[in-house]
Design a protein around this ligand. Structure first.
Ligand SMILES: Nc1ncnc2c1ncn2[C@@H]1O[C@H](COP(=O)(O)OP(=O)(O)OP(=O)(O)O)[C@@H](O)[C@H]1O
Ligand SMILES: [Mg+2]
Length: 391
């Protein structure tokens, strides 16, 4: 079964050419809810599999687990995200806590100290600052490299308390030490924030995300490592699904995670372009974009759209209304599939000078295919062959 049915006057050769060129550029699929975006994406993914092309699906809802012939990494089941890959600010963002300058600074210090304890001192437990000489501390710091980012997230709260150590307040003060006593007043002032952070990091979703309670004997892979492996070695199984549905009630956390994973994909490609094209898929992408234009440049979705093409990385995004996407991002798309859209303003804002058939009258699964340099074509999206068996 071909993925798309064209109108009868389009020759087979034209159909084949248009279907093939769908994957040459970034592709945006738009349409109101229930118009067929996810189904179309699944159809296109099946087509990519037939063409032996690689795809990575970042799946925040778990909808793509029904796609056959995939390797699936489900956050919480067989993969986790290394907390050490997050800066203090990102860690707070991942748990959706408002960023307080004092806490960011203490958290930054606590993360470094736990990294020292885990990777340099090589012992379990927290890194004790009471009585530790500044010279020893600096000696450890010099040894901390990029390779040593891993640490025990479960100890963050305890370590944060340790960050409030200060010299003695009287003549016993020894300024060659990191600290001699706890600044209890400062701890009490920061207490509500400390408790809020502990509550977030202690919740099941985040303990699972960061694999806080590692169980010996269970095999979990780190997500950045999974991506690296997948992008380096073209395997027989070319569709990777990263299921982030564990965090489906934490949209802000998913937004951060998706952005970081996309940046990792870009980094891998920049370091070593393994020479095969990769399609990256995100459904309902507008949910995972920053709310304001200023933050767009730092977002992984935007960066991949802008930088990806020359690295053979293409994006397939879906969204209900093109108006939900910032204009700077919309303009990155040369190809579109437009399902039913009721509001003429939505049609009007689409990139390119398309004269679309009346998108408000499209039935479910019907669409206009707008390929760069071609007239829009009315098409019907065919369900993939495995669909019925799956229903
Ligand atoms: N091409 C098609 N052929 C036949 N049925 C379809 C087609 N596309 C979609 N459908 C039917 O319509 C339903 C809704 O489609 P789908 O979930 O793909 O829409 P959507 O645009 O992704 O909606 P949402 O915005 O809610 O995510 C599907 O469950 C499927 O039964
Ligand atoms: Mg959908």
């Amino acid at each position: 079964m071909t993925p798309l049915t064209f109108s009868p006057e389009i020759t087979n050769a034209q159909q084949e050419r248009m279907t093939a060129s769908l994957f040459n550029h970034h592709l945006l699929i738009v349409g109101q809810t229930g118009s067929g975006k996810t189904t179309t994406t699944l159809t296109l993914l099946s087509q990519l599999q037939k063409r032996n092309q690689t795809a990575i699906i970042l799946d925040p809802t778990g909808e793509y687990s029904k796609l056959p012939n995939t390797i699936t990494y489900r956050l919480g089941d067989n993969c986790y995200f290394e907390a050490g890959k997050l800066t203090a600010k990102q860690l707070l963002e991942s748990v959706q806590l408002p960023v307080q300058p004092l806490l960011v600074q203490k958290l930054r210090q606590a993360i470094t100290d736990l990294q020292l304890q885990h990777n340099i001192v090589g012992q379990t437990g927290i890194y004790h600052r009471l009585g530790k000489s500044i010279a020893d501390h600096q000696y450890y710091l010099r040894q901390l490299g990029n390779w040593s980012s891993d640490y025990q997230v479960a100890l963050l709260f305890q370590q944060l308390i340790e960050e409030f150590t200060v010299p003695a307040l009287d003549e016993r003060a020894d300024y060659s030490l990191l600290g001699q006593q706890y600044d209890r007043k400062a701890i009490n002032r920061a207490w509500p924030q400390l408790i809020a952070l502990q509550e977030c990091l202690g919740s099941t979703a985040f303990r699972t995300l960061f694999d806080t309670d590692r169980h010996p004997g269970t095999m979990k892979s780190e997500l950045n490592f999974v991506l690296k492996m997948f992008l380096h070695h073209a395997s027989q199984h070319r569709t990777l699904v990263i299921d982030l549905s564990l965090l489906k009630h934490y949209e802000g956390s998913q937004r951060l995670l998706i952005s970081l994973l996309l940046k990792q994909i870009l980094r891998c490609r920049l370091a070593d372009n393994a020479g095969f094209p990769v399609n990256v898929v995100i459904d309902e992408a507008h949910r995972y974009l920053p709310k304001n234009e200023q933050d767009l440049a730092d977002n992984g979705i935007f960066q991949l759209l802008r930088e990806g093409r020359k690295l053979d990385l293409k994006m397939l995004l879906t969204t209900q209304s093109p108006l939900d996407l910032p204009p700077r991002l919309r303009s990155q798309f040369n190809h579109l599939i437009v399902h039913r859209l009721l509001d003429p303003a939505e049609v009007h804002c689409l990139p390119g000078d398309w004269r679309l058939p009346d998108a408000a009258k499209f039935e479910v699964g019907q669409a206009a295919l707008c390929l760069f340099g071609n007239h829009p074509q009315k098409v019907r999206v065919n369900l993939p062959a495995w669909w019925d068996k799956n229903a």
